[in-house]
Write a protein that binds this ligand. Structure first.
Ligand code: P6P
Length: 335
């Protein structure tokens, strides 16, 4: 198979859309540049004074790791000076950014991202990731971005993706025409197509949930976890339990090997922990494009109307049959 770089792939696919202006292609290229910059830092984190936490906390009240802040800045700079977005919303910043630059005011997209998800794992060298979601702006060209640009349903995304900084660095994205994965070739500094047309496998093999929270989960979720552990060779049970505690790493493994990821609501946090706009929506878009499903236990994630930039949602994502099974337990037991 001849090597196809991300930029070549984007250009080839852009040709499929005769009216495409190339703006989305350029935005995806800007994101890939930020990913390379973040990757360079993440790979050397142990050698530079960039490990450990800043003295600051983010809007979520979470201690910001130095790499969080660095990654946030890398993405903001790449998209602001790339000129393809009028604004950006990030997990690390309470308010969205409306870029008051002439070329940004004329841009037609907005981006939302979690610059470095799973960052609590940085100091122990566990895979972490960047997650991004791209929408067309609702505000008028020439104006500043406004709040409505950042509160659109996931079903209105034009593109979504993630970067996983692991044993290799990969960028996986969709524009609504399938899911494709690119592996960074460090010797040439290019993302190269390595996983074309990614789909969840037919056979489901694993479940990912923090079982330490079981006592505070609903009866439906508890029943589903017990189902995953039950023995039923005909239904390929028991599943294997795998939980890294880094959403991008858990999702990426499940996409390739066939598994469900669950972060449910608990007694303490009824809406769960994960954020709708820049974690759940982009991964839900990818999951559906890969033949899977994503819900909050009852409703399709992509149909949820956001009310707040940082709102959370319970999250069930994976192969259709696995998500439908846990929804069945929730329907029957969580009345
Ligand atoms: P817990 C990381 O902070 C994160 O947002 C996801 O990447 C990860 O899946 C989840 O939280 C882990 O949360 O409560 O199991 O440690």
């Amino acid at each position: 198979m001849s090597m196809v770089t991300l930029n070549e792939f984007i250009m080839e696919r852009q040709a499929d859309f005769p009216f495409a202006s190339g703006d989305l292609s350029r935005l995806l290229a800007d994101i890939s540049i930020a990913a390379k910059i973040i990757n360079h830092k993440v790979n050397k984190a142990g050698l530079q004074d960039i490990l450990g936490a800043e003295s600051t906390t983010n809007i979520q009240g979470e201690t910001q790791m130095k790499l969080d802040v660095f990654s946030d800045q890398a993405l903001l700079n790449a998209v602001k000076w790339g000129g393809q977005v009028c604004g950006a919303g990030s997990e690390e910043n309470e308010k969205y950014f409306a870029f008051d630059l002439e070329h940004c005011r004329k841009a037609k997209y907005v981006i939302l991202f979690d610059p470095l998800d799973g960052s609590s794992n940085i100091d122990v060298n566990v895979s972490i990731g960047t997650i991004f979601s791209i929408h067309r702006r609702k505000s008028s060209l020439g104006d500043l971005a406004n709040v409505n640009d950042f509160l659109q349903k996931g079903s209105d995304q034009v593109a979504a993706g993630y970067v996983i900084y692991g044993s290799s660095t990969m960028l996986v994205y969709t524009t609504g025409h399938g899911v494709n994965g690119f592996t960074l070739e460090p010797s040439i500094g290019e993302f190269c197509l390595s996983h074309a047309d990614m789909k969840f496998p037919e056979t489901s093999t694993m479940y990912s949930i923090n079982e330490g929270n079981m006592a505070s989960c609903s009866k439906g979720v508890q029943a589903y976890v017990n189902y995953c552990k039950s023995v039923d060779k005909k239904n390929n049970l028991p599943y294997t339990a795998r939980y890294i505690g880094s959403l991008v790493a858990d999702f990426h493994r499940n996409l390739i090997k066939g598994g469900i990821y669950i972060y449910p609501g608990t007694k303490k946090n009824t809406e769960g922990k994960l954020r709708l706009q820049y974690e759940c929506n982009p991964l839900a878009f990818i999951a559906e494009q890969a033949g899977g499903k994503a819900s909050d236990g009852k409703n399709r994630i992509l149909d949820i109307q956001p009310k707040d930039l940082h709102q959370r949602t319970p999250f069930f994502i994976g192969p259709v049959k696995m998500v439908e099974k846990v929804e069945e337990f929730i329907r029957e037991l969580d009345i």
